[in-house]
Design a protein around this ligand. Structure first.
Ligand SMILES: [Zn+2]
Length: 171
């Protein structure tokens, strides 16, 4: 029996069984009425731990108490803080950058990235004078993650495309 056109060798197979390696840390935040407006608000804060071939990239750092969650996620991957090569901040809001000092105290030499227009605000929140925030330009590649400038929410907001997995990471 002749194979149908869908099984010709040139046609790449769709393989939905490939697990994504990106680990997502989700934490619920509740702010009582009066803190960020007249009513109570709840929202998710997300961080991502993305193992790449030459380092682990942490995307966003949460509100300020997420280092333990990030460490547990690293351990699940059989890794530790020393394997974190880069920390990418999608934008300079406190629910994304608030945990950066805590992360840097565990991994002092990580390279920190932020979108060009937000890099200054991220820098101003860092306590360690040794840490340099690099501007992640549109189209740049961070260990295989493609930077896409997506302004609007903030001027320097960036999203990241995991090109090998075809996976977009955004806030
Ligand atoms: Zn925001």
């Amino acid at each position: 029996m002749r194979p149908g056109p869908e099984s010709t060798p040139d046609t790449p197979e769709f393989r939905p069984d490939i697990p994504t390696q990106t680990e997502t840390i989700v934490r619920q935040v509740h702010l009582p009425a009066g803190v960020a407006g007249p009513t109570e608000i709840s929202f998710d804060v997300r961080c991502f731990v993305v193992p790449m071939s030459d380092g682990i990239v942490v995307i966003d750092t949460g509100m300020g108490d997420n280092a333990t969650d990030i460490q547990q996620t690293l351990e699940l991957l059989g890794a530790g803080w020393a394997d974190v090569s880069d920390v990418v901040i999608t934008h300079a809001h406190v629910d994304h950058v608030g945990g950066l000092n805590e992360v840097l105290s565990s991994r002092r030499n990580a390279v920190v990235w932020a979108g060009e227009a937000d890099a200054g605000a991220v820098t101003s929140g860092i306590l360690s004078s040794e840490t340099l925030v690099r501007a992640a330009a549109d189209g740049a590649s961070i260990r295989g993650l493609r930077v896409i400038h997506t302004p609007g929410h903030t001027q320097g907001h960036i999203s990241l495309l995991h090109e090998a997995e075809g996976l977009a990471v955004r806030r």
